[in-house]
Design a protein around this ligand. Structure first.
Ligand code: XBP
Ligand code: MG
Length: 250
């Protein structure tokens, strides 16, 4: 297997459990601001997560779950307005420190940085949301830890399309076998795998645990910390938290 040249991270669900207590709450606040009686509870939100991208998710909700709503003629404009309000709420939630990084994320990022391994991000979320999460967890300036941040509408087709990983690989000047991708969802794994990435490490969460990860190299519940070992779906634990030495064995 090729040397590890870069680690490429998904954001939502992978770096932090942002969906239920971050994005979902922000969507609901934006709906309330607009005088809409739409409420996305945790279960409904899990179903809506089958579509990536917040604007795309609102349209999916109207198409499949709220078909009685008479949407304004200019649907794109209406959704864009709601989504801009949602992003403002999301950034405010991050500034309150509501969502910490998942176990082992900061440890592994720091180890990779110290070893001179390139870090990058490939996500469908809005770029402002990435900054808000990183700056409020890793601290000001932490955006610079990442050589490339592929986010949001920078590519027209969001995950599970490979476009965002293709974009990041192109910008890094690397090919799939030279990197390891970190994901939490089936859509994310499809995206990375179709971009030619062979080593994909999945850390699951409550929303993604039962998804199809057949194309992933390893599926565990978290990267782990000393005294808190990663666990596979069959209940077996790894011998140690995920670190660079372990990643070289993937
Ligand atoms: C994340 C998403 C995003 C966020 C919302 O998926 O699907 O849409 O839920 O972000 P992934 P925006 O982790 O696979 O990147 O509202 O900014 O789109
Ligand atoms: Mg994700």
């Amino acid at each position: 297997m090729a040397e590890i040249e870069a680690l490429v991270f998904d954001v939502d669900g992978t770096l932090a459990d942002t969906e239920r207590d971050g994005h979902r709450v922000a969507f609901n606040r934006a709906f309330a601001d607009a005088g809409l009686d739409w409420v996305w509870d945790a279960d409904l939100y899990g179903r809506l997560l089958s579509v990536t991208g917040g604007k795309e998710r609102i349209k999916y909700y109207l198409r499949e779950f709220n078909t009685d709503y008479a949407a304004p003629a200019d649907l794109d404009d209406f959704v864009a307005g709601l989504h801009a309000a949602k992003t403002r709420h999301y950034k405010a939630l991050m500034a309150e420190g509501r969502v910490p990084l998942r176990p082992g994320v900061e440890r592994l990022l720091r180890e990779a940085r110290a070893a001179g391994i390139t870090l990058a991000i490939a996500t469908t979320t809005t770029p402002d949301n990435v900054s808000a999460l990183l700056e409020n967890t890793l601290g000001p300036g932490s955006l610079d830890w990442f050589a490339e941040i592929g986010a949001g509408d920078i590519v027209p087709a969001k995950k599970p399309a490979p476009d965002i990983y293709d974009w990041v690989l192109r910008r890094l000047g690397l090919s799939g076998p030279q990197v390891i991708a970190f994901e939490d969802s089936g859509h994310g794994v499809s995206s990375a795998a179709d971009a030619g990435i062979e080593r994909i490490l999945v850390t699951t969460n409550g929303y993604t645990r039962d998804q199809d990860f057949s194309r992933a190299s390893l599926v565990i519940d978290q990267l782990g910390e000393p005294g808190r070992l990663p666990r596979r779906a069959d209940g077996a634990t790894l011998e140690a938290p995920v670190d660079l030495a372990f990643l070289r064995t993937l």
